[in-house]
Structure formats: structure tokens, C-alpha cells
Design a protein around this ligand. Structure first.
Ligand SMILES: [Mg+2]
Ligand SMILES: [Zn+2]
Length: 188
């Protein structure tokens, strides 16, 4: 089984310093949903792991988060993309939970849910904590420069082996191209 783990805000949709608090504020990054469709066509299950401390901060409630994710699923479906599951951490930093990235709790949960090791599984984020949570879980970290990505790249300290792409569409193009190259070299 092929799996890929994506951050949500700043990767699939435009981020906002004021949080994404309503379906109206959830706007996809151009090309991101189409990129997810290409992943699906290549046999990837696409899973989201997202910090949503806006819940703990009472900026929005669970019903609103569900409505936001319904919009995500609806827009994805319109371009033939499917997101298999959305894992989120509703806590704030002070809650000291195990799931808020950079802690790896959501990645552990994903590994258990799909009964696979995350070793070598690609993970895509725009913040250092996304990449850190993935890296300690065995994932290959990819930074995209949408959302907070440019700031993250400028700050540095990325996990070893992090690859950087302008956006999710470019990352997916690279991933699928390198998979195809690996397949043709092993076939020859
Ligand atoms: Mg993000
Ligand atoms: Zn949490």
C-alpha cells in the first residue's frame, strides 16, 4: 500500500494567521486538489494530519471543523480526488497532548490505522513541526513554499534529507516522476 501524509493549512489550502475558522475561509491552493487526484490515480492513499488548535482556543467548534472538511471533500471530489482520512489535533500547546505536531502522535495513529510502517512514507508540510513529526516517524519530509513555507525555509533547521518544492503540485510531479523512473529501472 502506498500512503502519503499531508499537512492541511498552507499545503492543500491557503493558510491564514487568523486561522481557518469557516468553510468560506477554506480556499484550496491552485492545483493542490488536482495533485491529490494524480496521487490517487498512481495508487496513493492520501491522509491529512493537521494541528487545529483553533478548537482548543474556541475560535471554532467541531461542527464547523466538520463543515470545513466536508467542503474539502466536496471540492476534492469535483476534480476526482479523494482524501482517505483526516487526522487532527484539537489541542493547544499548553494541553501538552501527544498529537500536536511536532509530536508524532497523529503519525503513530496513522501507522496503526493503516497497519503499515511509516518508514519511507512521504510527508508534506509548510512548517518545521510538520516535518519534524514526520521525520521522527520515519517519513521522508517534503517542504512546500506555500503557506508558511518560505518563512520555514528561511529559518532553516530542516530535518536531514528534506526536499523543497514550490507547492504540492510540484512535489507530486516530482514524486510520481521518480516513482516511474524507479519502476522502469527495476523492470529493465
Ligand atoms: Mg501548515
Ligand atoms: Zn493533540
Amino acid at each position: 500500500m502506498k500512503l502519503i501524509i499531508l499537512d492541511r493549512d498552507g499545503v492543500i489550502n491557503h493558510d491564514s494567521p487568523d486561522f481557518i475558522k469557516s468553510p468560506a475561509e477554506w480556499i484550496p491552493v491552485p492545483g493542490s486538489l488536482e495533485a491529490i487526484a494524480r496521487l490517487n490515480q498512481a495508487g496513493y492513499k492520501v491522509v491529512v494530519a493537521s494541528n487545529q488548535s483553533g478548537i482548543a482556543r474556541e475560535l471554532f467548534d467541531m461542527a464547523t471543523l466538520n463543515a470545513i472538511h466536508q467542503k474539502l471533500h466536496n471540492l476534492a471530489q469535483q476534480v476526482g480526488a479523494s482524501i482517505d482520512a483526516i487526522f487532527f489535533c484539537p489541542h493547544a500547546g499548553a494541553d501538552n497532548c501527544d498529537c500536536r505536531k511536532p509530536k508524532p502522535g497523529m503519525f503513530t495513529e496513522i501507522s496503526q490505522r493503516y497497519k503499515i510502517s511509516l518508514k519511507g512514507v512521504p510527508t508534506v508540510g509548510d512548517s518545521l513541526r510538520d516535518l519534524q513529526a514526520g521525520f521522527v516517524s520515519g517519513c521522508i519530509p517534503y517542504l512546500v513554499l506555500t503557506g508558511k513555507g518560505e518563512k520555514t525555509q528561511a529559518t532553516g533547521g530542516l530535518p536531514p534529507g528534506t526536499m523543497v518544492f514550490p507547492d504540492l503540485a510540484a512535489m507530486v510531479n516530482h514524486l510520481l516522476k521518480s516513482n516511474a523512473a524507479a519502476a522502469s529501472s527495476s523492470a529493465s
